[in-house]
Design a protein. Structure first.
Length: 387
């Protein structure tokens, strides 16, 4: 007998698209919530147009599929009177409404918290924006790369000689999405005590500021820049067949241990403390670089690990996905999609012993569940979305 999922019985009305919101609502869905995804007729979530094509295969692409399992898709023209009434009917029976539009969009659509709580006092309205719902940037378009730049994350590099660059995965979107999940779960717990809902707000900007809590504390107190990637004994080094990373920290004398692993004289006698190592970082790193370039990644990892140093190979994603650890951790799931066929997607990083991840719905085709939801909610023709 399958255990009950923790959010079984919770209904979520999902207006989200692209990354921040969908990764949050997918986690809620994985936990058992009934997530009803509201999509624009004929177009749907912006991720459906990833390839710029309108074929059924293109609109059910792997990028969209990666963020939308265990959801039901309903096409609604939210700007039409009929569409609005349909949304209100869904909200009356829902627990949570989630969006990641610009600040003010849900209010203009007639779906802001102040309006929806009149319909359902227990409703929780969760919003993810770019920069917050008030302030000088509230109505600025929010996007992962912009948040990286404006929060201070992009400004730091491991070395001043390295050009500043865009972090190559959706760091801000995913972090804010997980904060949104936390907010929803906390609000559901609070509603269990008070009986009333509330507004939950997160932003890409706030999530990136929060991620730098150590750096911010150091700056505010001492006006010193804390940059973990720029530590003198930490770096990425090429080998004869790849690359590895070493973190020279959390030991009494990491420089001595690195020198032992590299089979060179003990440099810690000349550079015994962090201050002297920082001042001479280019010199030290150049010695490391020359030594690592003389042998294979496996060879150096064995020697580094023999000294109990933190180290790892630098691998492409494909190697990480094929690693036995990934399979043991149940981080890949196989889904049979009606359009794309077999799909292997990333599973949930949260593992519950009594409620393992199950796929109740494959990533939905656009409007796949419109008729089903209309019948389930007993909606009449006048409450349907226009065309």
């Amino acid at each position: 007998m399958q255990n009950t999922l923790p959010l079984d019985g919770i209904r979520v009305i999902d207006f989200t698209q692209v990354m921040l919101g969908p990764c949050a609502t997918q986690m809620l869905a994985d936990f058992g919530a009934d997530v009803i995804k509201i999509e624009r007729p004929g177009a749907g979530d912006l991720s459906r147009s990833f390839y710029g094509e309108t074929s059924e295969e293109a609109m059910n692409n792997a990028v969209f599929a990666s963020l939308n399992r265990n959801k039901r898709s309903v096409e609604i023209d939210t700007k039409s009177p009929e569409g609005k009434q349909m949304v209100y009917a869904l909200v009356r029976e829902a627990d949570v409404v989630v969006d990641n539009f610009r600040a003010g969009v849900m209010d203009r659509l007639g779906f802001g918290y102040d309006e929806l709580k009149k319909i359902n006092p227990g409703i929780i309205c969760a919003s993810g924006t770019g920069f917050g719902e008030k302030g000088p940037y509230a109505h600025k378009g929010g996007q992962d790369v912009l948040a990286q730049a404006m929060s201070g994350v992009m400004e730091k590099t491991s070395d001043p000689s390295i050009p500043k660059s865009i972090y190559p995965t959706t760091l801000c979107d995913y972090t804010a999405g997980m904060h949104l999940v936390q907010g929803v779960l906390a609000a559901l717990l609070a509603r269990g005590k008070s009986g009333v809902g509330q507004k939950v707000s997160v932003s890409l900007y706030d999530s990136m500021i929060a991620m730098q809590m150590q750096e911010a504390a150091q700056w505010n107190k001492h006006r010193e820049v804390l940059n973990w990637a720029a530590m003198p004994l930490t770096g990425v080094f090429d080998t004869t067949d790849g690359a590895l990373v070493v973190v020279g920290a959390f030991k009494a004398n990491p420089l001595q241990d690195i020198c032992t692993a590299l089979e060179i004289d003990d440099l810690s006698t000349d550079y015994p403390n962090l201050s002297s190592q920082r001042k001479n970082k280019p010199f030290l790193q150049n010695i490391f670089r020359e030594r690592f370039a003389t042998n294979t990644t496996a060879y150096w990892l064995d020697r580094l690990e023999a000294q109990d140093l933190l180290c790892a190979p630098v691998r492409p994603l494909g190697e990480a996905l094929a690693d036995p650890q990934t399979e043991i951790n149940e981080m890949l799931i196989d889904i049979d999609h009606p359009v794309l066929g077999g799909l292997r997607l990333v599973g949930s990083p949260v593992h519950l012993s009594d409620a393992p991840l199950t796929v109740r719905h494959a990533p939905p085709r656009l409007g796949e569940h419109t008729e089903e939801v209309i019948k389930e909610f007993g909606l009449g023709e006048k409450e349907r979305a226009a065309g």
